[in-house]
Design a protein around this ligand. Structure first.
Ligand code: GLN
Length: 492
C-alpha cells in the first residue's frame, strides 16, 4: 500500500480497521517530503520533526482512550498566510520573513481541536498576489505534473503539495481564484466557500471583502470533510456568517438527475485554449448523460469582472498592507535617520514588485479625484455582477465554466507580464466579486498530459449543490484513477 496516495477518508478507514497507525501515516508523509520536496519546493517551513513527535503523542492518547474523533492524527499542510502560533507565518514575503505568529487563526484552532497534525507552511505568491507562485520571496514551487511549469497561484504550494502527495490535504485562500486556479493546474480539487462561511480571523488580509479560506484536496469527499471542519460563525470576524452548521458529506449523492446547469457563453470565447474548451464540452456531455439539464446563457457582465476585481482588490490591499510599516512585527531597514525613512526604506526593501504594483495602483484608485472614476465605478460593477448572478440562479442550480483559460504555463513565461498574468484569473474572479462558492475539479488533460480544471459555481451558501455536482462527475469520470503526476522534466 502506498500510504501517501490515499485520500483522507481512505486513511480514516485504514486507521479504523487498524491496518495503519497514526505514526505510520505521519512517517510516510515526512519520508515523502524528504524525498520529493527538493523537486517540488512546496514548503516555506516544514515541521516534520514536530509532526512525528505529535503523532506519537496523539497515538498514545488515542490508544488510552483520552482522544476520540475521526481526524485525530491526520496530517495537513497550511498556506503560509494563516497564523500558526509559535511557527513562522511569512506570506512568502521578506516583510514577514521572521514573523512568528503569537496566536492561531480560527481555522487552525479548529484543526488543533481535532488533533490534526500540521506538516508545515506552504509556499504562495507574496501576500497571495499572483497566479503562479513565482512571486514568492523564497522559492518557486514547481508543478508535479511537469516540473518546468508553474503550479498556479497564489496557493501554489498547497495545490502542488497535495498533487505530489506531500500532504494528504491542505488549506488555501482564495481572493480571486487562488484556490481554484492552482487546483486546476495541479489536477486536484479546490473549493472556495461562500464569503463569510469560513472565519478570516488570523488570515493575513489581502482584500478583506474577497478573501476566503478553503480546502485543497485529492477528491470531493475530502473537500466536504475539510469544509465541515473549518466552517462556523466566529465573533472575531465581523463578516462571518451565522449560518447553520451541516454535514457536507451528506450532500454527496452521486446523482445529478434534473440538476439545472447554466453554461455562460462568455467563458468559452476568445482566449480560451481549444483543448480546455474541448475538455469542458466533453464534461458538459457527461453531465447530460447523467441526467442534468444543461443550457447555454449569457452572463455578459462577466466581461467587466476582471477590471472591477483588480481595482477593488488593489484598493483593499493598499489599505490592508499599510500595517507593514517596519515598526511592528516586520522587517526593518538596518539604517535610517528618522521615522519617515523607516517606513519608506523598510517597505521599499521588503515588498516585492507585484505587491508594490498593487499598493501603488490601489492608492491611486482611492485618491481623491480618481475615486469616483475607478473605485466607485468598480463597486457599481460589483453590484451589477451580483445582480446578474442572482438572476442566473433563479434559473440554474449550478453554473459551469473552465477554471482557467489555459493549463499550467511554463515557469518564467508570464512573470514579467502582469497583464497576461492577470488574464489567467478571468474565469475565477467573478465568483469572489459576487461572494459565491466555487469548486474546481479536474476534468481531463491536454495533449501534453497537463490537467484541465472545470469550475462549478453555486448560489450563496449552496456548497452542497456544487459539492454533489462535483462528486457525481468525479465518481463517473474517475480522473484520479486514470491520471497521475509524473514529475516530468527537471530543474531548470
Ligand atoms: N491571481 C489573483 C491575483 O493575483 C488571485 C489571487 C488570490 O486569489 N489570492 O490577485
Amino acid at each position: 500500500m502506498n500510504i501517501t496516495e490515499l485520500t483522507v477518508h481512505e486513511l480514516q478507514e485504514k486507521l479504523k480497521n487498524k491496518e495503519l497507525t497514526i505514526t505510520q501515516i505521519t512517517k510516510a508523509y515526512t519520508d515523502r517530503i524528504n524525498e520529493k520536496e527538493k523537486d517540488v519546493q512546496a514548503f516555506v517551513t516544514t515541521l516534520t520533526d514536530d509532526a512525528i513527535e505529535q503523532a506519537e503523542r496523539i497515538e498514545q492518547k488515542v490508544n488510552n482512550g483520552e482522544i476520540t474523533g475521526d481526524f485525530a492524527g491526520i496530517p495537513i499542510g497550511i498556506k503560509d498566510n494563516m497564523c500558526t502560533k509559535g511557527v513562522k507565518t511569512t506570506c512568502s514575503s521578506k516583510m514577514l520573513e521572521n514573523f512568528v505568529a503569537p496566536y492561531n487563526a480560527t481555522v487552525i484552532e479548529k484543526l488543533n481541536n481535532e488533533n490534526i497534525i500540521d506538516l508545515g507552511k506552504l509556499n504562495m505568491d507574496e501576500f497571495a498576489m499572483g497566479g503562479s507562485t513565482e512571486y514568492s520571496y523564497f522559492k518557486k514551487t514547481r508543478n508535479p505534473w511537469d516540473l518546468n511549469k508553474v503550479p498556479g497561484g497564489s496557493s501554489g504550494g498547497s495545490a502542488a503539495a497535495v498533487a505530489a502527495n506531500l500532504v494528504p490535504w491542505a488549506l488555501g485562500s482564495d481572493t480571486g481564484g487562488s484556490i481554484r486556479q492552482p487546483a486546476s493546474f495541479c489536477g486536484v480539487v479546490g473549493l472556495k466557500p461562500t464569503y463569510g462561511l469560513v472565519s478570516r480571523y488570523g488570515l493575513v488580509a489581502f482584500a478583506s471583502s474577497l478573501d476566503q479560506i478553503g480546502p485543497i484536496t485529492k477528491d470531493v469527499y475530502d473537500s466536504a470533510m475539510l469544509l465541515n471542519l473549518i466552517v462556523g460563525h466566529d465573533e472575531r470576524d465581523t463578516t462571518s456568517a451565522n449560518f447553520e452548521k451541516r454535514d457536507y458529506t451528506k450532500a454527496l449523492k452521486n446523482d445529478v438527475k434534473g440538476l439545472k446547469i447554466g453554461v455562460p457563453k462568455e467563458f468559452f470565447g476568445e482566449g480560451i485554449n481549444p483543448e480546455v474548451k474541448e475538455a469542458l464540452e466533453k464534461s458538459i456531455e457527461k453531465y447530460k448523460e447523467l441526467g442534468a439539464e444543461v443550457e447555454e446563457f449569457s452572463l455578459d457582465i462577466a466581461n467587466y469582472s476582471l477590471a472591477a476585481y483588480y481595482i477593488i482588490g488593489c484598493a483593499e490591499a493598499s489599505s490592508n498592507l499599510g500595517r507593514f510599516d517596519g515598526i511592528r512585527y516586520t522587517y526593518r531597514t538596518p539604517e535610517f535617520k528618522n521615522l519617515k525613512e523607516i517606513y519608506k526604506k523598510s517597505r521599499s526593501e521588503a515588498f516585492g514588485p507585484e505587491v508594490k504594483r498593487r499598493i501603488i495602483l490601489g492608492t491611486y484608485v482611492l485618491s481623491s479625484g480618481y475615486y469616483d472614476a475607478y473605485y466607485k465605478k468598480a463597486q457599481q460593477v460589483r453590484t451589477l455582477v451580483m445582480n446578474e448572478f442572482n438572476k442566473a440562479f433563479e434559473k440554474y442550480d449550478v453554473i459551469l465554466t473552465p477554471t482557467s483559460p489555459t493549463v499550467a504555463f511554463d515557469i518564467g513565461s508570464k512573470s514579467n507580464n502582469p497583464l497576461e498574468m492577470y488574464l489567467a484569473d478571468i474565469c475565477t474572479v467573478s465568483v469572489n466579486i459576487a461572494g459565491l462558492p466555487g469548486i474546481s475539479i479536474p476534468c481531463g488533460v491536454d495533449k501534453e498530459g497537463m490537467p484541465i480544471g472545470m469550475q462549478l459555481i453555486g448560489n450563496k451558501f449552496c456548497e452542497e449543490t456544487i459539492l454533489n455536482a462535483a462528486y457525481t462527475f468525479e465518481q463517473n469520470v474517475k480522473f484520479r484513477e486514470n491520471y497521475k503526476p509524473e514529475f516530468k522534466g527537471g530543474a531548470n
